[in-house]
Design a protein around this ligand. Structure first.
Ligand code: TA6
Length: 303
């Protein structure tokens, strides 16, 4: 199945066991797996990939692919580390899978649409069955490619008669030249939780550089965060809507050895900057209402 015009195309493709959709414009292409509504690739013509994907990635039913943009929903990370309101949505929080359920579920094609040069694709979880999380919701993820910019919107509709409490994140793996030749701009002055040192609260001073494993939950973040890559002379720009928190993660060498689908030196060439609603920024979703989390991602030359 496909739809084509002079300057864009949407087509269904297989990647081993996974049904995927490819969106293409004259400048860029995106590959999205129906499983988990997971972006696997985002590539501009004649440039390094924007999104990192493991060279050991496995495209199998029932397991997330390492890399791309996994969706963490309806909770982020370890559920037991979430606010009690988010934990209380689950009947057995100590058995809850890491990063929620969305990334392991099969989404369905809801809609393919386009404006003149911008193809869009929406995937839908109409009535997700999530073990020990018995709340009627529907979830949509819309992916739009406008020239060389990818926009992703995750939308949760609460069909229940009570308020739901969620945490969520767009777990974006970014492709970089070398973790020791990049810096993150935009977090100066922001509070953050240092998860590697007993979840203490700290404050970011200036640009963020990397000298070891990094796993931080930033709060009160600005709408735009930039990843400055001095090796590839580019900056990756992440613009968030309805998000005031972001997670920055690099496993470094030791943790990388414990990760699935992760080559020994891959940690040097990736960095996660995750557009989120976590910690103080969790979602309180009243009955019948919708919550949307949006990321726009693009590349610019280093100014
Ligand atoms: O977002 C950062 C993080 O929570 C890290 O602590 C690490 O666990 C990472 O997510 C990857 O988790 P995953 O379950 O995809 O291996």
């Amino acid at each position: 199945m496909s739809q084509t015009a002079s300057n864009w195309q949407v087509r269904r493709v297989m990647r081993d066991e996974l049904v995927c959709w490819q969106l293409q414009t004259e400048q860029a292409s995106v590959l999205i797996a129906e499983q988990g509504a997971q972006v696997l690739e985002f590539q501009l013509k004649n440039q390094q990939p924007i999104v990192w994907l493991s060279e050991q990635a496995q495209y199998q039913k029932g397991q997330p692919v390492r890399g791309g943009i996994p969706l963490c929903w309806p909770w982020f990370g370890d559920l037991k580390r979430n606010p009690i309101t988010v934990q209380s949505m689950h009947q057995q929080a100590d058995l809850a899978p890491f990063h929620g359920a969305a990334r392991n579920l099969d989404w369905q094609l809801d809609e393919i649409s386009h404006t003149t040069d911008q193809p869009s694709l929406t995937l839908l979880l109409s009535e997700p069955v999530i073990a020990d999380w018995p709340h009627p919701v529907s979830v949509r993820c819309t992916f739009s490619l406008k020239q060389d910019r990818l926009t992703l919107t995750l939308s949760t509709h609460n069909h229940s008669n009570k308020t739901l409490h969620l945490s969520q994140a767009l777990h974006t793996y970014l492709a970089i030249s070398d973790i020791q030749r990049v810096q993150v701009e935009g977090l100066a002055g922001c509070r953050y939780i240092e998860t590697l040192e007993n979840w203490q609260e700290r404050q970011q001073e200036g640009l963020l550089s990397f000298q070891g494993e990094t796993d931080r939950i930033y709060q009160d973040v600005p709408p735009v965060i930039r990843l400055l890559d001095f090796g590839w002379q580019r900056q990756l720009c992440l613009k968030a809507e309805r998000s005031k928190s972001a997670v920055v993660w690099n496993p470094w060498a030791n943790k990388a050895r414990r990760l699935s689908q992760f080559a020994e030196h891959a940690w040097q060439h990736m960095l996660c900057i995750e557009t989120a609603n976590v910690w103080d920024d969790c979602i309180q979703l009243p009955a019948g209402q919708q919550a949307q989390l949006t990321l726009s991602l693009w590349s610019e030359p280093l100014s």
